[in-house]
Design a protein around this ligand. Structure first.
Ligand code: IPM
Ligand code: MG
Length: 360
């Protein structure tokens, strides 16, 4: 088959890690008889420098014309980069929010998996880890406080800012269905996270999720308050299977989830909507401090490409093959600096990509 993949190298380490993912995709194509056609678009700081805005209409049109999008990372060093002197809607991250909205990607899947080879990197005590954990955060991605009306003004000489967090029942229903569908393919447990003891949106969320759960009698639904959830993730991460939550809680909890695995350079993510067109990106950021030094770990991006094969193209065997190749390279002891430990062999970004491609 032929697939049109839109690549967004982005900023910082983005170009290096996307290059390695492309290498691996090409190898998948060779081995399984597919052709991936690539189109590159600019987003984030790279687009600001070239076009004055973090995402152009042409770039959006190109992304919509393709079958799927693979993103490296966007953004720079907030304290240092001139991008952050711009008004907020012209900064690099605004490009990311815009593409999510424009492509209708309301569902963000962020797996938090402990790789057995990297157990040492996990900051939790052995007795908490047991034989590992594997859960996924399902984050609502195009609603809530990220997209609600906001304003900064001065009233009677007092500076004031307001952000609002709107949700309607349809937005909650569709993300809840995603979570239950994902749970049906896993261990059939959904933990819905909210702040229903304070927020109206959360009270509606809880009610609607409960209603949707009636369509999934096999899935066990629990509710948890977000502050408690933040605590439970470090106290007993093994209790979770699917964690369903709204946009901002999901932003925060998914960073926490990736941190407890100890290997943020290893975690992929997928943003999906009603169609097969998805946006796949590593869970980590653009790491400007190590950009261009062949130090970045490309595995999260390669795993994101594997998620793309699985979710957008239904290429299950191919996705499995990529994941197995990564596991073999880790078993052989090759590590980038972020996951390096004693007795292993240090490799750079490109060499890690080469090794994974060679294992295919
Ligand atoms: C993420 C990031 C983005 C978000 C930023 C860069 C706008 O933190 O994907 O989690 O908050 O959604
Ligand atoms: Mg985040």
């Amino acid at each position: 088959m032929e697939y049109k993949v839109t690549l967004i190298p982005g900023d910082g380490i983005g170009p290096e890690i996307v290059r390695e993912a492309r290498k691996v995709l090409d190898k998948v194509g060779e081995r399984f008889g597919h052709t991936f056609h690539y189109t590159e678009i600019l987003m984030g700081g790279a687009s600001i420098d070239a076009c004055g805005v973090p995402l152009t209409e042409e770039a959006i049109a190109k992304a919509k014309a393709g079958d799927s999008v693979l993103l490296g990372a966007v953004g720079g060093n907030v304290g240092q980069s001139n991008w952050y002197q711009l008004p907020p809607d012209l900064r690099p991250e605004a490009g990311l929010l815009k593409i999510r909205k424009e492509l209708g990607l309301f569902c963000n899947l962020r797996p938090a998996v402990l790789f057995r080879q990297l157990k040492n990197a996990c900051p939790l005590k052995d007795e908490l880890i047991g034989d590992g954990f594997d859960f996924v955060v399902v984050r609502e991605l195009t609603g809530g406080v990220y997209f609600g009306p906001r304003e900064t003004k001065t009233e009677n000489g007092i500076r004031k800012a307001v952000d609002t967090m709107p949700y309607d029942e349809n937005e909650i229903k569709r993300i809840a269905r995603w979570a239950f569908d994902v749970a049906m393919k896993r261990n059939k447990r959904v933990c819905s996270v909210d702040k229903a003891n304070v927020l109206d949106t959360s009270r509606l969320w809880r009610q609607v999720v409960r209603e949707v759960s009636a369509e999934y009698p096999e899935v066990e639904l629990t509710d948890m308050l977000v502050d408690n959830c933040a605590m439970q993730m470090v106290k007993d991460p093994r209790q979770f299977d699917v964690v369903l939550t709204e946009n901002m809680f999901g932003d925060i909890l998914s960073d926490e989830a990736s941190m407890v695995t100890g290997s943020i350079g290893m975690l992929a993510s997928a943003s999906l909507g009603e169609t097969k067109l998805g946006l796949y990106e590593p869970s980590h950021g653009s790491a400007p401090d190590i950009a261009g030094q062949d130090k970045a770990n490309p595995i999260a991006t390669i795993l994101s490409a594997a998620m793309m094969l699985r979710y957008s193209f239904d290429l299950i065997r191919e996705a499995d093959a990529v994941e197995e190749a990564i596991n073999r390279v880790l078993d052989q002891g090759f590590r980038t600096i972020d996951i390096m430990s004693e007795g292993c062999t240090l490799v750079g970004t490109a060499q890690m990509g080469d090794r994974i491609a060679a294992e295919l």
